[in-house]
Design a binder for this molecule. Structure first.
Ligand SMILES: Nc1ncnc2c1ncn2[C@@H]1O[C@H](COP(=O)(O)OP(=O)(O)O)[C@@H](O)[C@H]1O
Ligand SMILES: [Mg+2]
Length: 348
């Protein structure tokens, strides 16, 4: 087991920026999640750690070793991708044992390790099956076992659950978390799914346009977003981001007047408010005035979209919410909102 460290790593293809000046330290045993929208550089980062892509500049260390110019086979990392790429003609046991055979591990040792890994991913009863006779979730568990069996220095997982249906994703998420608790191998896990990141990570790296937007624990990312982008990416639904101006300690925009503990008049500011941090109040106490545009029921809650001035606001209400389209609504923030600079997007 090892730490991994990236120092000033960039990757360019001509004018295309994949990753820009990325510095990261993944501690031994840490579960680090790279989170961000499609195209932000997650896979490129992962491929450079794996040795499948050579950085344009910067260095990568695994443990004490500088692996920057080493190939994938010399790095002792195991990868699990979205496409499980199993060998169709091999059984589950043969697929799991493949990395061991490739390394010339003895037959008995192979058997022992295959059985142990299969047990960890709950596939002991499927060892003689071929991949074609497995479900998507079972195939992905074979891929996990094939990674585990190597006892690598680190696991690299790139959107491993995105081909699975929603229910299976949740149970596989639980399995990956349990496996990590058991094995403790340093893991870099890539996802665009903020909930997956929040539930799995020791720390999350939020990426945007090839650069780090924020690094922190799930708690820090959720409760202290460093930028408006992070606030707008995390949470379900994510924070509302409202444009306005600070005037005499009040955040003002059409239909909005929220007390703001900020100095500097006539300054462009973005207010971040969670959908669950808005309550309905009497007209006299209102900070926000809106009109209901749409109502969606999720089963355990109701999501209400309102127009507030020229902006839209999503409010999360209880399941039996009685609001109706076109209804005028007076609202108040029930938690302190986040304030971001209107130009830089940085938290104020
Ligand atoms: N081989 C490549 N050649 C040129 N551009 C690439 C290549 N691989 C990735 N990119 C670009 O680099 C950026 C980051 O891509 P990627 O790391 O795959 O993003 P993510 O995994 O976060 O969706 C994108 O703009 C993508 O188009
Ligand atoms: Mg990707």
């Amino acid at each position: 087991m090892s730490s991994i460290s990236l120092s000033g790593v960039s990757k360019f293809w001509g004018d295309t920026i994949g990753v820009k000046d990325l510095s990261l330290d993944i501690e031994d045993k840490e579960f680090l999640v790279l989170l961000g929208p499609s195209g932000c550089g997650k896979t490129t980062t992962m491929r450079m750690v794996a040795g499948l892509e050579k950085p344009s500049s910067g260095t990568i260390h695994i443990g004490q070793r500088d692996v920057t110019s080493l190939g994938p086979r010399e790095r002792d990392v195991a990868m699990v991708f979205q496409n499980y790429s199993l060998y169709p003609q091999m059984t589950v046991a043969q697929n799991i044992g493949f990395p061991l055979r490739a390394r010339g591990v003895g037959r008995n040792e192979q058997r022992r390790k295959i059985h142990l890994a299969a047990k960890m991913v709950e596939l002991s009863d499927y060892l003689d099956r071929k991949p074609a006779a497995l479900s998507g979730g079972q195939r992905q568990r074979v891929a996990l076992a094939r990674a585990i069996v190597r006892s690598p220095a680190a696991f690299l997982m790139d959107e491993p659950l995105s081909n699975l249906d929603a229910r299976l994703r949740i149970s596989m998420r639980g399995l990956i978390k349990r496996l990590h608790n058991e094995i403790g191998t340093s893991t870099i896990y890539v996802t665009h799914d903020q909930l997956e990141a929040m539930t799995l990570a020791d720390r999350i790296v939020v990426m945007r346009n090839g650069e780090v937007e924020q690094i922190g624990t799930p708690n820090q990312i959720y409760n202290h977003p460093r930028t408006a982008f992070v606030a707008g990416f995390v949470g379900s639904p994510s924070s509302n981001l409202l444009d306005g101006r600070i005037e005499n300690g009040v955040f003002n925009a059409s239909g909005i007047s929220v007390a703001a503990p900020l100095k500097g008049d006539h300054r462009k500011v973005i207010l971040g408010i969670r959908p669950e941090a808005i309550s309905l109040v009497n007209e006299a106490d209102a900070e926000l005035h809106g009109t209901v545009l749409a109502i969606e029921t999720t089963g355990d809650a109701t999501l209400v979209t309102l127009s507030v001035g020229k902006q839209e606001l999503i409010v999360k209400r209880e399941a039996n919410c009685t609001l109706e389209p076109d209804q005028a609504v007076s609202m108040k923030t029930s938690q302190q909102g986040f304030f971001f600079d209107g130009e830089s997007g940085l938290a104020i």
